[in-house]
Design a protein around this ligand. Structure first.
Ligand SMILES: Cc1cc2nc3c(=O)[nH]c(=O)nc-3n(C[C@H](O)[C@H](O)[C@H](O)COP(=O)(O)OP(=O)(O)OC[C@H]3O[C@@H](n4cnc5c(N)ncnc54)[C@H](O)[C@@H]3O)c2cc1C
Length: 415
């Protein structure tokens, strides 16, 4: 393979954006992607339901700062503004009373007040659960903030990390799919698909990236693989990375969000398109449904955190049965007659992703800043896990890719 100025590892949102920025700076590059498609965690597929369905990211978060949003508008995408607001709350099989719904919303608001006021001192318990205990908020207040949004349970979330993340309103959905939008964004880029980078040598002039199809030398490399992929040492660094960086991969473990969409034909179950339905259960087995988005025949179930990992281990058939049983519990046994196709996403099983998105370990939120420092001015990291206040989001990943690529271009211009 030809030598280039910059190798970019990964053609997800961050890698595509980095490649576009490097190209705009007039530098040569190679964009290497392990999977047989672009987009990474941005992936729209019509294979399951005959209509575009986002297996990965779906909400265009922080639309007022999200570079994909104006592009979706310009492309004539069908957009729907949808900020989270629990319309239907159940405690197991029982519909919550109005008072209980109000209590839950108040507890949710209280959690954010507590977060805004909280100063983490050295030696403090940095787990979100500690804050909940202090504010005596019911655990349900953290269902969205924790497993459904952060992909992690409240005792695995760092308060500092959580505080640094932005409020993601306003949020939009697109009918055509966020994954399709990202693929459209990267469509004019040359990508070497099915080309995992196995090793990066950096005790040579520049770097040498070893793949099964040959080795590419470059002046710098931008690595956008998730921290879990890096912690599993899918890419070997030679010599080994400094502890600051290698340790940071482990301090940014992946949270999990699993989607369980079920096609429901011939009834809307008394629900409106885009209603939010939450079933609070016991021991973190909560499940959220986005109801009939765009009036499609789809109830999209979501489970997050440890329960989502458990569900992945139980397998798709068990996951689908769980969701259908929960719907039957609430809407009656007849609901089963309306169930058609269904599926379960499996991001934990994607070798080159290994989870949904990173959440810093309590007490370890500084790992993000550590990874933002280049190694020897030639190994740079980018991706959703390094996206500042827009961490965990696809728009944030793109901004991270662009920003790091600008940094690389500036450095190579001097060197
Ligand atoms: C279920 C789910 C729901 C989500 N919902 C939302 C949402 O609604 N809104 C939102 O904004 N975000 C959401 N996200 C998060 C969003 O999808 C990610 O933050 C974003 O897509 C990450 O982009 P990235 O470029 O950082 O990483 P990735 O998309 O993971 O891209 C990295 C790429 O690197 C490749 N790679 C890894 N190792 C190698 C290697 N050795 N060699 C070559 N290539 C390699 C991978 O195959 C991958 O394509 C969701 C994610 C999941 C999983």
């Amino acid at each position: 393979m030809d030598d280039v100025d910059v190798v970019i590892i990964g053609a997800g949102s961050a890698g595509l954006a980095a490649a576009k920025t490097i190209r705009a700076a007039g530098l040569s590059f190679k964009l290497l992607e392990a999977m047989g498609r672009v987009g990474g965690r941005a992936w729209t597929s019509d294979q399951h339901f005959g209509v575009p369905f986002d297996i990965g990211c779906a909400w265009l978060h922080a639309a007022d700062r999200n570079p994909y949003f104006p592009e979706a508008e310009a492309a004539g995408w069908t957009l729907h503004h949808h900020d989270m607001n629990v319309d239907h709350l159940y405690y197991r099989k029982r519909k919550a009373s109005e008072a209980e719904e109000a209590e839950m919303k108040a507890a949710d608001a209280r959690l954010f007040e507590l977060l805004a006021a909280h100063q983490v001192e050295e030696g403090d318990d940095d787990r979100l659960s500690a804050l909940l205990a202090k504010g005596h908020a019911p655990r349900a207040a953290a269902t969205f903030a924790g497993p459904m949004d952060f992909g992690a349970d409240e005792d695995e979330i760092s308060i500092r990390d959580f505080q640094a993340a932005a409020d993601l309103d306003p949020n939009y959905f697109s009918k055509e799919g966020f994954g399709a939008l990202v693929a459209h964004f990267g469509a004019d880029l040359p990508v070497e698909l099915s080309t995992p980078v196995r090793k990066i040598l950096w005790d040579v002039p520049g770097v040498a990236c070893v793949t099964d199809r040959g080795t590419i030398r470059a002046r710098a490399v931008i690595v956008t693989a998730s921290p879990a992929v890096l912690a599993f040492e899918e890419i070997e660094f030679s010599p080994a990375l400094p502890d600051t960086h290698f340790g940071a991969f482990f301090d940014l473990p992946m949270g999990m969000l699993t989607k369980l969409p079920v096609e429901i034909r011939g009834t809307r179950l008394g629900l409106q398109p885009f209603d939010d339905l939450l079933i609070e259960r016991l021991a973190r087995h909560d499940i959220y449904f986005l109801c009939f988005p765009f009036d499609l025949d789809l109830m999209v179930g979501f489970v997050g955190g440890d329960f989502a990992w458990e569900m992945s281990a139980a397998g798709e058939a068990a996951g689908i049965d769980f969701v259908v049983d929960r719907l039957c519990n609430i809407f009656g046994a007849d609901t089963r007659k309306h169930v058609a196709r269904a599926m379960m996403t499996n991001w934990g099983g994607e070798r080159f992703v290994r989870g949904a998105y990173a959440a810093a370990r309590p007490g370890r939120s500084e790992a993000r800043a550590a990874l933002m420092q280049p190694v020897a001015e030639k190994i740079f990291f980018a991706g959703e896990h390094l996206a500042g206040p827009l961490i965990q989001t696809c728009g944030g990943a793109r901004l991270s890719g662009e920003s790091v690529a600008r940094q690389v271009a500036a450095l190579l211009a001097i060197g």
